[in-house]
Design a protein around this ligand. Sequence first.
Ligand code: G6P
Length: 610
Amino acid sequence: MCGIVGYIGKRKASEILINGLKRLEYRGYDSSGVALYENDKINILKQQGKVNQLDRMIPHDMVKSNIGIAHTRWATHGFPNYENAHPHTDNSKEIAIVHNGIIENYSAIKKKLLQDGYTFESDTDTEVLAVFIGALYKKTKNLEQAVRLALNEVDGTYGIAVVSSYEPDKIIAARLGSPMILGIGEDEYILASDAAAIIAHTKQVIYLEDKEMVVVRGDGYSTKTIDNLATTGDIKEIDFDIEQIEKSGYEHFMLKEIFEQPDSIRNSLRGRLIIDKGNVRLGGLNSVRDKLLRAKRIILTACGTSWHAALTAEYLIEQLAHIPVEVEYASEFRYRNPIIGPDDIVFALSQSGETLDTLAAIKEAQLKGATTLGIVNVVGSTIARETEAGIYLHAGPEIGVASTKAYTSQLTVMALIALYLGRQRYLSQLDGKRIGSEMMALPDKITSILAQTDKIKEIADQYYQVTNCLYLGRGVNFPLALEGALKLKEISYIHAEGYPAAEMKHGPIALIDENMPIIFIATQDEIYDKVLSNIEEVRTRRGKVIAIANEGDTRIASLANHVIYIPNTLPMLNPILAVVPLQLLSYYIAIKLGRDVDQPRNLAKSVTVE
Ligand code: G6P
């Protein structure tokens, strides 16, 4: 969603800000803007539309400024138009701010400011904050103090950056529930809501804590709380390289990330499996090991693709560790007074570590005394910090909005956790070794699936004009059917549904005719024969069957119109392999339709609103 970049140093700010915004485009946005301090005033350029358009609006040759802030906005309060785009200013137009998050009590503050004679040009909560800071500056004549006083009055969440011609030697930034990172370069500083906008300049960063602010000058910075208490501002290193956020010759990030899966899974597994003992080493869970062993119940909460990974994990944990598992949409969990207590373990699964609903769900669980653990990809993200302990995916940055490699890494890490719990309870060493060896073999098996890309592309070429699609699977392949349908919907805008195959006859069967492709995940497991019967039912109604089946399956070819064969593995690990053809199928259908696969309409990579 929204993105922030700020720059103060010796170089031309306009170019650094625009390049920074381009690095944040993947998050999803609908308008963009920049504020630069030059000729004793704050100059603002903003618009509804892409960063490239904003770039063309800026006369880079003439602009010399070396201090500024910039923003990409994903509309929450008010339409995505010029007025509502950031930066916003106070009434004097001398203070400009960019803001991520939501100021919940903005109406009350606005009412008071209106009574005092202040005016507003937009519908945004952000402008209220800007005008509020301006009003407080009038009284204090001190920008830092004005920002601090304002932030002490607001409810909600914010990542903000502020510049002003009153005190043009600084940028002030702060966070509460919405990330803000200070990049420390040589004689320069880059502020951003996402490390992707900083990595081109420096790897040394400070992740601001909640209610922490930083005052950054060209020659130094100081961190403090919004109550004016000094903080340590620990410097950390960004955990990825710039090549990882570039397309590296691929046409799209999504395709690159699909092809990265052998490596991302290797990275998720690295150092965690002790094959000869059939054990798992998860350092991130050491501090909660006893609580995990005592757990009577595990709750998995997440949104979107991460929720699908959680559904699969339910099968894995129950099968290997015999602990009852419940899977909850984070957005539902937080609002329905869930019955949880100190004996419960709540895992939050999140690629970004910033999804607001997931964050709120763990806060609700914490309030009720449960132990909360994070399964997160982005290092240092809010969920990683707010949970008691957890495991990083180490999948590397995921830029494509539709999650691919993070999903397979989530499944991999959840399989590790299931094995870890299982080995401490009922699972034998022999079983542990067998499962561990199969997990180690997954990356090479994915490589062999990727070698079939041309064949999958041909299938996509035949079906890209359909308007509906059904994905069916049973057991552990059912959540995969949901994920396959979601992938297609997200990037091609074709309506798709995932169902447990046997449920088809209770409704979706009414949709089946000769125009309807049905994708069956029909891999070898104890219910394979039942899935074949479901395929027969579809064929009888002239539906077109695309099957994902295991190599060596001699029965399926006569039933399906197309078969994509994948290597054999343990049934419980099958989704990690079988999702790959589904990702490729969606990708090539979307390409054929000319969709913007990396930034599909209306979607955001990291959803930081309710
Ligand atoms: C958005 C993204 C999805 C993602 C979901 C949850 O909707 O577009 O790809 O699955 O958020 O995100 P998270 O970062 O918590 O996994």
